[in-house]
Design a protein around this ligand. Structure first.
Ligand SMILES: Cc1cc2nc3c(=O)[nH]c(=O)nc-3n(C[C@H](O)[C@H](O)[C@H](O)COP(=O)(O)OP(=O)(O)OC[C@H]3O[C@@H](n4cnc5c(N)ncnc54)[C@H](O)[C@@H]3O)c2cc1C
Length: 386
């Protein structure tokens, strides 16, 4: 019997394997991944420094243990190069394999913007444990030196790193073209409250501008030039301007892809027996959106495991608020679907509802102590956020 093959050993890949094994202990299962296959919680990358956790300490289950527990053949450090959806084979750096069903769980890639200067290639971004290990080494965590980190992007990930690094004693500067942090997701007052809370930790802001050039300066330092003409001398530039679904394999296989790999309600791609979930997927069940968060992956992996085990199952996403890991001002956001008409309204201090023209609640934001009301507020959304 040809195996079910999962490409990718992130949260989407391993959770699908785990859910599948709950339903089917016999069918051969193979996981192929570019990285080591060690299991870790990616959200912990943006709050590890303040907790003084090293990259090794972030591994919750080593790859070999995952493979043994789930009865999986694991091919680590292996790149899948192409897929033949007619022959039902994949070609990898470790050989060719036939599949009975194939799951693409290849995640997303950091977006890069053009930056001038002779040190533009020194920009770091963090979307894997290996990325974090490189950052951690540059930070010199463990020694007592205080580094100056310039973060490009005041979105969710940028704000989390700003909080974590400032709380760890580093000097932090955040640069963003918007005029306040997480401006696209939060009501204006919540955004300003977050800015003030992070400022209280020592975060320095350059808002309404962008990074124009990064050049080498004395020693290992970097001279950053902003488009408003200001300059900053820093140790590390961390780019946190967003991720884009990795559709490269889907493209070579001729699968339909737009913002992500297009999947139907059963998470099937445009080819039979080929499925996708996680940061690389564009879900029909979510109004053709990508959902690059943990909760959608957990729901999708359960539904997909049932389909792989023989019971075709549609994914139904619940309301999925996202907790932003900014302890300076905890935030929970359940944003309205993009394009939903309406506006944010303050309901109580620390609680906002996004109301449509019929005064129906389409999203909410909680800050500070109000974040404890996440479950209660999820029930206020009058229809799914998609
Ligand atoms: C710093 C940070 C903090 C976050 N915090 C939160 C949070 O607090 N809450 C929340 O809900 N979400 C959070 N997220 C988002 C969440 O972590 C992701 O949505 C999730 O981890 C994505 O999992 P994935 O398996 O889809 O992708 P990935 O974890 O990126 O896994 C992709 C896998 O595919 C493999 N791969 C790729 N291409 C190939 C190939 N050609 N051949 C073989 N293998 C391949 C890779 O090696 C990897 O194993 C955060 C993300 C980041 C970056």
């Amino acid at each position: 019997m040809n195996p079910v093959i999962i490409i990718g050993a992130g949260l989407a890949g391993w959770t699908t394997a785990r859910e599948f094994r709950k339903l089917d202990t016999n069918t051969p299962l193979m996981v192929i991944t570019l990285d080591s296959g060690d299991f870790y919680a990616k959200p912990s990358l943006s709050n590890a420094c303040a907790q003084k956790r090293t990259p090794a300490q972030l591994v919750s289950t080593p790859a070999a243990k995952m493979a043994e527990t789930l009865n999986v053949t694991l091919l680590a450090h292996t790149r899948v190069e192409s897929i033949d959806t007619v022959a039902k084979t994949i070609a990898s750096s470790n050989g060719m394999f036939s599949y009975s069903q194939l799951v693409l769980a290849t995640g997303a890639q950091p977006i890069r913007v053009p930056v001038a200067g002779d040190a533009a290639d020194k920009l770091l971004s963090i979307n894997s444990l290996d990325d974090f290990a490189l950052f951690h080494a540059r930070l010199g965590a463990g020694d007592s030196s205080r580094k100056h980190v310039l973060i490009m992007g005041a979105g969710l990930i940028g704000c989390e790193f700003a909080n974590d690094l400032a709380a760890s004693g580093h000097q932090v500067t955040v640069v963003d073209p918007a005029t306040s942090p997480m401006a696209a997701l939060l009501p204006a007052q919540a955004s300003m409250d977050l800015r003030d809370a992070l400022t209280g930790l020592g975060v320095n802001w350059h808002l309404g501008t962008t990074v124009k050039a990064v050049n080498t300066a004395d020693g290992d330092r970097l001279q950053v030039e902003l488009s408003n003409g200001q300059k900053a001398l820093v140790d590390i530039v961390l780019s946190a301007i967003g991720l884009r679904a990795d559709t490269s394999l889907a493209q070579t296989a001729g699968l339909t892809h737009e913002r992500g790999i297009v999947v139907d309600a059963t998470l099937q791609t445009s080819a039979p027996h080929v499925f996708a979930l996680g940061d690389n997927a564009q879900y029909a069940s979510a109004g053709e959106r990508t959902l690059p968060y943990v909760m959608p992956i957990m729901s999708a992996a359960k539904a997909l495991a049932a389909t792989l085990a023989g019971t075709r199952t549609d994914i139904v996403f619940p309301v999925m608020p996202v907790a932003i890991k900014t302890p300076a001002l905890p935030v929970v956001v359940a944003p309205p679907a993009p394009g939903t008409p309406g506006a944010w309204h303050a309901i109580e201090p620390g609680l906002w509802h996004f109301l449509d023209p019929k005064a129906q609640t389409r999203g909410f934001v909680l800050t500070g102590k109000q974040t404890a009301r996440r479950a209660e507020q999820s029930k206020c959304i009058s229809s799914p956020a998609f």
